[in-house]
Design a protein around this ligand. Structure first.
Ligand SMILES: CC(=O)SCCNC(=O)CCNC(=O)[C@H](O)C(C)(C)COP(=O)(O)OP(=O)(O)OC[C@H]1O[C@@H](n2cnc3c(N)ncnc32)[C@H](O)[C@@H]1OP(=O)(O)O
Length: 431
């Protein structure tokens, strides 16, 4: 039987209890939980999560069985696959923003895997996003081997760090402003405000979904399970304006060394970032601060008197980007060096392949698609273009890895200078 005889694809928004579509949305979330082996969620948690998702205008895609379901199995109303999307701005460097299609909650029931369900839904979704005029799509991957075939490349990384805040901890940075402990609930309003400043100064940053302010304020990812033990602090600049926050949780007296974990930390400027670390390190009876979502190029490491206070537990890929429209994505950026590059881009999904001539004058680009056989400087897959787009990896590294071909000597170095951004890209938004 063909895919279309077996399955029906439905797309629908989140809904409030009592509204049409609510039961369908609940079944969809339950399927996502099963797909990720998460504990069963209560009706209240799901209702709360759906309310928050309405704010983000999420679209939920479900794949349903057309044929009779197996006896005693989940009913026909339970999707065998889920695929969630929302649209948010990505900072593409020097404060410029591009709207991106964010893909999330991808699951396929084990008994329906490797039948092409993900491929079908992904192709359709990327095409729809491109037709809507979007130049980028993005996701966070559960496994590193799934998404390159769809043209996604790693654009940012993050680290899980543990910082020794015992007597060795000392910062060489000059103190600025003040920090004060506050009731965690103030972050419901202040977290989005502070994050908006971090967002514009951080290439690779993605604007946050509604659930983030609840998490920062101690309400958990379902925006309902208040944890009274979550603590928060604000940083104030010299004029008394709030320009940073941290929320954190003590891991208990049995944690050895005694550990405080960061739930969320955002800062409008570098000074506030380091001062929040100074504050965390000053907490009595705490020997270690742990953060599973720290930047991979962390100023903290360079501000420490003893850089070995910071130990990296794990470094992993974080933001995967997919260029949907090469000309639009290249034209949206500002460049660090002038020059002309002819790029041959391969795209096995056929969304945006071709020979693109990028001409930059005074940092501003002009892009034209060349028909026919023009001489090409560099050729690369669209997944590698995504990786160099935000400066997250050097073209010379991809050349050494055999993932990019240099046809004109010197063009890798030129690309490196042109694509460089004002700082290492980092995305503090998981979705
Ligand atoms: C953005 C996010 O949400 S990330 C979360 C991803 N989801 C999960 O990890 C939950 C558990 N896994 C799953 O639900 C499924 O295995 C999925 C969603 C990853 C894949 O769904 P499927 O419908 O089986 O994928 P589909 O049949 O379209 O396979 C597409 C290709 O990817 C490959 N593939 C899919 N999953 C994997 C994997 N985990 N490891 C290696 N290859 C994989 C398939 O072999 C196939 O390869 P081919 O194109 O060479 O034939």
């Amino acid at each position: 039987m063909s895919f279309d005889e077996l399955y029906e694809i439905r797309r629908f928004p989140a809904a409030r209890k009592g509204e049409p579509g609510y039961e369908q949305a609940v079944e969809w979330i339950r399927a996502v939980n099963r797909g990720f082996h998460q504990p069963k969620r209560s009706e209240e948690q799901i209702e709360s999560a759906l309310k928050v998702r309405i704010v983000d205008r999420r679209e939920q895609t479900g794949v349903y069985q057309r044929q009779a379901v197996a006896p005693h199995s989940f009913g026909a109303e339970a999707p065998v696959a889920t695929f969630g999307t929302l649209r948010k701005e990505v900072n593409i460097g020097f404060g410029r923003m591009l709207l991106a299609q964010l893909v999330t909650a991808v699951t396929v029931r084990a008994s329906h895997r490797r039948r092409g369900i993900l491929s079908r839904v992904m192709h359709e979704d990327l095409q729809r996003a491109k037709q809507d005029g979007l130049a980028l799509a993005a996701l966070n991957a559960s496994e590193a081997v799934i998404y390159r075939r769809f043209g996604f490349g790693v654009a940012t990384k993050e680290r899980h760090i543990k910082v020794d805040v015992g007597p060795r901890f000392s910062l060489r940075h000059r103190p600025i402003g003040t920090v004060e402990g506050v009731p965690r609930q103030v972050l419901l309003d202040l977290a989005p405000e502070v994050f908006s400043h971090q967002h514009v100064r951080s290439p690779g940053s993605i604007d946050r979904q509604e659930s983030y302010r609840y998490q920062a304020a101690g309400f958990g990812p379902w925006a309902i399970d208040e944890d009274e033990n979550v603590l928060s602090a604000l940083h104030y600049d010299v004029d008394g304006q709030v320009d940073g926050y941290v929320s954190y949780l003590f891991q208990g007296w049995d944690s050895k060394p005694q550990t405080m974990s960061i739930i969320d930390l955002a800062a409008a400027n570098d000074g506030a970032y380091l001062e929040l670390w100074r504050y965390l390190a000053s907490l009595d009876l705490v020997e270690q601060i742990e953060w599973s979502k720290a930047p991979n190029d962390d100023p903290l490491e360079w501000a420490l008197e003893d850089r070995r206070c910071l130990q990296v537990q794990e470094e992993k890929d974080m933001l995967w980007l997919r260029v949907l429209d090469v000309a639009q994505a290249l034209e949206a950026r500002k460049y660090s060096a002038d020059g002309e590059l002819s790029l041959r881009v391969e795209d096995r999904l056929g969304l945006s392949a071709g020979n693109f001539v990028l001409t930059v004058q005074q940092g501003e680009p002009h892009v034209r698609l060349e028909a026919g056989e023009r001489s090409v400087d560099l050729s690369l897959d669209i997944a590698e273009l995504a990786s160099i787009y935000l400066g997250g990896v050097l073209p010379s590294t991809l050349l050494a890895a055999g993932q990019l071909t240099e046809h004109t000597p010197g063009s890798v170095l030129l690309a490196q200078r042109m694509f460089a951004l004002e700082r290492t890209p980092f995305c503090a938004t998981h979705f």
